[in-house]
Design a protein around this ligand. Structure first.
Ligand SMILES: Cc1ncc(C[n+]2csc(CCOP(=O)(O)OP(=O)(O)O)c2C)c(N)n1
Ligand SMILES: [Mg+2]
Length: 629
């Protein structure tokens, strides 16, 4: 560091970025923490001399700042970042640095995932030379319509904030704007600062205040009194209200307030994927998952609910069962959300506020009001019947085992605060229905983007965010094949994950879906091309994913039966580093029925009987869809 005149500090743009990020903190409810937990990166010519050199200098000269972690794939490191932020309830985030070109665009999928799930991640892709003296540089895409366009413009639609720092002078305001978006729960998502490779290495005399410790206060906006009165008025008119708890309940740390409000008013609580864990599974008012992958208990209540109180939910199609879940013709919605755009959905009565503040307000306003005892008892009985179905699904006694039995064994092995991680395939739906969640942070299924390959990278982020909990990553063979390489990062860092790899030789999920749309499981199982038929219906491929994991340095345990799985899980809990448990399952045994639908269009004309039958069933189901806003 060179001190120059008038309180200025001479640093490169890369050094300034790293020093600035290390000085940022966040605060909510009086508790503070560093805003950034660390920085993952893969270096290339687009960042090695800028951010890369700056991270080295920080590691050597300012230890205790932003720690660097090596990743294997840029998409995966953004998944790690998103999982980290989710586990920290968005109070801290993670930084990702990449080179230009493919390194940068590999992060675009991760950015979309973070933005959809409303999770803060800070992305620093390298960008092409600002001076353009030797353009096109290696990996530069030349856009005939304008020389200020680069592949990084692909980040714009998937980021909540995007800026490209063409000149050092632009950096301070870009950094402040980026921190504001990261720490604003209504606006947060992927934040991308594209840093041209020459600018990263360029020196500038920065005002010293830029690097002062700075605290970002994460707000808890209170509801407007009039809006609160309107929402309470709608709820008071209800005979059969139902709460839909979304991720916002958990991020706002509002689970105690949810419980108090639900108990006082006698309102059953259903949960979205992001909201699962809002109440412990065995609470008398917990009716479990809602929607297409919901419990029959929640979905039966939803069909007759006259007022639905959505809290911190964006009402995805899985939550509304593609707008068929809430069947009462007069149903009205009260939407508590910190984001106004979510609060107005389904023509609901909007209550724009922090979930905890809104729940406290509703509890105050509705004090003394409650649903009839008979309704609460009905909800309790429905939930108890579902839990019995879960118990049966956990113990089918199949060989090879059903997926539900694997879930049961992992649920039994996991402690109450341990975390299950998943994202895509048939497992998320089964977990939503069947996982017995006992802690608000115990269930981590990424179902906004449902991105195959999130599982292991995401598990890493969860463990980095909360090393005190055991992390169980459930991953299908398809997702594993898409992105398992962060196991190497886990080995490198000595990060303990228990990965349960469910081998069913292809896509059980899409196979089942394919059948319902009349497409005969086409292209969904991993088989040889058959020389006789010319189709992919030969023998099962001889893929050995356990050996693959072993080759990456992971401790691998192979189980064939549920008893062996239980033994392996017990052994895994005694290991210090990452473990992978491999088990083969029967993909054809379904979890208990949700009694709910999901809208996936079926071909309107076809020569195939299977498709014609599926189309008829589709048209019947589609008739129940509500065309609400
Ligand atoms: C990146 C990505 N590509 C495609 C999909 C569509 N998709 C959803 S589930 C799935 C198959 C997952 O296979 P596997 O991990 O083996 O789980 P299984 O369905 O067998 O439970 C596919 C292709 C997706 N969700 N993400
Ligand atoms: Mg599979």
């Amino acid at each position: 560091m060179t001190l120059t005149g008038r309180g200025r500090v001479r640093l490169t743009v890369g050094q300034a970025v790293v020093r600035f990020l290390a000085a940022q903190r966040s605060e909510r409810d009086g508790a503070g923490q560093p805003l950034f937990g660390g920085c993952s990166g893969i270096f290339g010519h687009g960042n090695v001399a800028g951010i890369g050199q700056a991270l080295l200098e920080a590691e050597l000269l300012q230890p205790g700042g932003l720690r660097y972690y090596q990743a294997r794939n840029e998409q995966a490191m953004v998944h790690t970042a998103a999982a980290f932020a989710r586990m920290r309830n968005r109070l801290s985030a993670w930084v990702c640095t990449s080179s230009i070109g493919p390194g940068a665009t590999n992060m675009v999928t991760g950015a979309a995932l973070a933005t959809i799930n409303r999770l803060p991640v800070l992305l620093l892709p390298g960008d092409v030379f600002a001076t353009r003296v030797a353009s096109p540089v290696l990996q530069e895409l030349e856009h005939p319509g304008g020389q200020d366009v680069s592949v990084n413009d692909a980040f714009r639609p998937v980021s909540r904030f995007f800026d490209r720092v063409w000149r050092p002078e632009q950096l301070p305001s870009a950094l402040l704007a980026a921190m504001r978006v990261l720490t604003d729960p209504a606006d947060t998502g992927a934040v991308t600062l594209a840093l041209p490779q020459d600018v990263q290495a360029e020196a500038y005399d920065w005002p010293r205040e830029l690097f002062a410790a700075r605290v970002w206060h994460v707000p808890r906006p209170v509801p407007e009194p009039a809006a609160l009165a309107r929402a309470a008025g709608v709820i008071r008119s209800a005979a059969r209200p139902l709460i839909v708890a979304g991720g916002g309940v958990i991020y706002a740390e509002a689970t105690a307030e949810l419980r108090a409000f639900a108990e006082a008013a006698g309102i059953p609580v259903s949960e979205t994927q992001a909201g699962k864990g809002s109440l412990p599974y065995d609470h008398p008012l917990a009716v479990g998952a809602i929607g297409s992958t919901g419990t029959a208990a929640a979905n039966r209540l939803a069909r007759q609910a006259d007022v639905v109180i959505g809290i911190g939910t964006r009402y995805s199609d899985f939550t509304t069962a593609s707008r068929t879940a809430f069947g009462c013709p007069q149903v009205r919605f009260v939407n508590v959300n910190i984001a106004a755009a979510d609060a107005v959905k389904l023509a609901g009565t909007a209550l724009v506020a922090d979930a905890r503040e809104a729940l406290r307000g509703l509890a105050r306003t509705l004090a003394g009001w409650s649903t009839p005892a008979a309704y609460r008892e009905e909800a309790r009985q429905l939930a108890a019947a579902w839990d019995e179905a879960v118990g049966r699904a956990y113990a089918l006694g199949h060989q090879p085992p059903a997926q539900s039995e694997v879930i049961g064994a992992v649920n039994d092995a996991a402690g109450p605060r341990d975390v299950v991680v998943c994202a895509a395939g048939s497992m998320p739906g089964d977990l939503h229905k069947l996982w017995r969640t006992r802690d608000p942070k115990g269930y981590h299924v990424e179902y906004g983007y449902s991105c195959m390959g999130y599982e292991i990278a995401g598990g890493l982020g969860v463990k980095l965010a909360d090393p005190g909990r055991e992390v169980y990553v459930l991953v299908g063979d398809g997702s594993y094949l898409m992105m398992a390489q962060e196991l190497v990062t886990a080995v490198q860092e000595g990060i303990k994950l228990i990965v349960v790899l469910v081998q069913n030789h292809g896509f059980a999920s899409i196979g089942g879906l394919s059948e319902t749309v009349g497409a005969q499981r086409f292209g969904t199982s991993y088989r040889y091309r058959n020389p006789r038929t010319g189709r992919l219906d030969g023998d099962v491929l001889p893929v050995d994913l356990a050996a693959n994991a072993e080759s990456l340095g992971v401790r691998v345990l192979r189980a064939q039966t549920i008893a062996e799985l239980r033994a392996a899980l017990a052994q895994a809990s005694n290991e210090a580093g990452p473990v992978l448990v491999h088990i083969e399952t029967d993909p054809m045994i379904p979890a208990p029925d949700s009694e709910a639908w999901w809208d996936v269009p079926v071909a309107e004309v076809s020569e195939l009987d299977s498709t014609q039958r599926a189309r008829n069933a589709y048209e019947t189901a589609k008739a129940d869809q509500r065309l609400t806003p």
